[in-house]
Design a protein around this ligand. Structure first.
Ligand SMILES: NC(=O)c1ccc[n+]([C@@H]2O[C@H](COP(=O)([O-])OP(=O)(O)OC[C@H]3O[C@@H](n4cnc5c(N)ncnc54)[C@H](O)[C@@H]3O)[C@@H](O)[C@H]2O)c1
Length: 376
């Protein structure tokens, strides 16, 4: 978030953000909101969600709740039209249509359960819950109550990921050999979860979305360097039934920010670099062809192909805006979200297996998808 330096001596007032300035520039005439949202959690990510939900032509954020007085003060300053409170029940029993939860992971289940109990549609930030049993309960509860339950797998709404999915579906890469994903930077260290639970939901949801298939075994190993107990660096290997290998490197302890996804096929290769401003995806017409195996070493030759590099044009929209619009549309149309509770559950089950592997020094652990996911 960009901030504008406060005036000298104004340290006690909340930072003036670009979002604040945009809010002040909004037209005085209030739109006719069809959907009213309550946001719970106004830390780092809650304000991003609030800004995008409030900008929906048919939506407004009517309530914001946070336990921290400092964050409530900022919320009040940035969204003066919203009712800001520390009392979650006040939001749950208000007339809002949907609750958006952007609090630490350990709180997701209880807040989502209570929001569904109140008859609200619910959006929960990633990962859906801290345990798969909780995700299953929420999924059944939402189905029973005919409410939308969506998880914030933001990258499933990213236009570059959409382009990658199109590329995969076109078959242009040929048979996919392996995928390598790197998501590293310095911070933000989380208090109660390791780096895998923080960052892997992004890559796992991208893999699920672009491949349409799911890993069967996982191996994880890493290091807990800064705080001794909580892993801040993890290397995760995922094996798919057809031999595809995906490798994820996650770290809060890296000097530079890297967000790179490399896909290597037998026809072409592609790199998705989320940090790149314009050419987010590059497709390399490169590869190695192996002639028919010959009997003597002297006859053994590989031929390398070095062809064009193409960067497809991506019609860009802010992924979070696309995601918020999708949530609103699912509520209005009674449709299942792209990142529904099943997607959320699948990610949590992979993370649980990965945790078991971390504890077993990187041994491969089968991923036990629950019956709810087998039925698909
Ligand atoms: N989709 C994404 O790209 C993305 C990015 C960042 C964070 N997230 C997710 O958003 C969620 C929040 O992350 P964050 O970085 O904003 O955390 P944060 O710690 O910065 O903010 C959490 C806020 O929730 C408040 N809070 C805690 N418990 C509460 C409760 N019971 N009721 C009301 N308020 C409560 C805290 O006071 C704090 O202000 C996490 O699930 C995280 O994984 C998603």
């Amino acid at each position: 978030m960009k901030t504008v330096s406060p005036a000298p001596g104004a340290a006690s007032t909340p930072a003036i953000t670009v979002e604040t300035l945009e809010a002040l520039a909004r037209p005085a005439v209030k739109k006719q909101a069809l959907l009213r949202f309550g946001v719970i959690g106004y830390g780092y990510w809650g304000p991003q969600l609030t800004r995008n939900l409030d900008r929906l032509p048919i939506g407004e954020v009517a309530y914001i709740a946070d336990l921290s007085p400092d964050r409530r003060e900022v919320a009040h300053f940035e969204f003066p039209s919203a009712h800001v409170t520390s009392d979650i029940d006040e939001v749950l029993h208000s007339a809002v249509d949907a609750i958006v939860i952007a609090t630490p992971i350990r709180t997701h289940y209880d807040l989502a359960r209570r929001a569904l109990d109140s008859g609200k549609h619910v959006f929960v930030e990633k990962p859906l819950t801290a345990e798969s049993a909780q995700a299953i309960k929420l999924m059944h509860q939402a189905e029973r109550m005919e409410r939308v339950l969506m998880v914030g797998h933001t990258f499933m709404y990213n236009p570059a990921v959409e382009e990658l999915r199109r590329l995969m579906q076109s078959g242009a890469l040929g048979r996919l050999y392996y995928i390598d994903a790197v998501r590293v930077n310095l911070g933000l260290f989380q208090r109660d979860i390791n780096v895998m639970w923080d960052l892997a939901p992004h890559d796992l949801s991208i893999l699920s979305y672009i491949l349409g298939k799911h890993p069967q075994r996982v191996s994880a190993h890493g290091g807990a360097y800064v705080r001794g107990q909580i892993h801040d660096v993890v290397y995760l290997s995922l094996e798919y039934p057809d031999g595809l290998l995906a490798h994820l490197h996650m770290s809060w302890l890296n000097p530079s920010k890297v967000r790179r996804f490399t896909l290597v096929g037998d026809q072409q290769m592609a790199v998705y670099d989320d940090v790149e401003a314009t050419e987010k995806i590059r497709i390399f017409n490169r590869g190695v062809d192996s002639p028919n195996h010959t009997s003597t070493f002297g006859e053994f030759q590989l031929s390398y192909r070095y062809g064009d590099i193409v960067s497809p044009h991506i019609h860009w929209s802010e992924p979070l805006a696309v995601e918020c619009r999708h949530f609103a549309e699912c509520i209005m149309e009674g449709a299942a979200p792209r990142s529904d509770a099943r997607e959320g559950l699948r990610v949590v089950q992979i993370l649980e297996a990965a945790d078991a592997s971390l504890a077993a020094d990187g041994a491969f652990v089968p991923i036990a998808y629950s019956d709810e996911l087998q039925q698909l």
